[in-house]
Design a binder for this molecule. Structure first.
Ligand SMILES: [Zn+2]
Length: 118
């Protein structure tokens, strides 16, 4: 977790980066960024998920697979470590990709199983 509260740069200080809409690149757009940690704000149209959303998916998978409390806890810790709840910097697609990577690694289930629940 970055632990940064994120202070957005002023309107003059922006960086030009590709902008994504519905998963496709739509040219360049000025992105505001955090003057404290340098993280660039995601401008995706889709709202990022909360950590609770991903924990619900873990609970859903626990109905079909044997998932221990320790594994559930590891996933929660890993999401925290990778700052998956940092909605300032990650868009939904990036969050989902990270979650699939974490869940497949810790639970040893195929990526397809995780993706299907997203
Ligand atoms: Zn910040």
């Amino acid at each position: 977790m970055s632990g940064c509260e994120h202070k957005v740069s002023g309107s003059k200080e922006k960086v030009w980066l590709p902008y994504y809409y519905e998963g496709r690149e739509r040219g360049l757009k000025p992105h505001p960024y955090c003057i404290e940690c340098g993280l660039i704000k995601n401008l995706s149209s889709e709202r990022p998920h909360s950590v609770g959303f991903f924990m619900n998916i873990v609970a859903e998978m626990a109905k079909r697979y044997k998932i221990t409390q320790i594994q559930t806890r590891l996933i929660a810790l890993e999401m925290e470590k990778q700052a998956l709840d940092d909605q300032f910097g990650l868009d939904r697609q990036q969050q989902e990709n990270q979650f699939v990577e974490i869940a497949t690694r810790i639970l040893n289930v195929p990526a397809r199983v995780v993706s299907e629940l997203l």
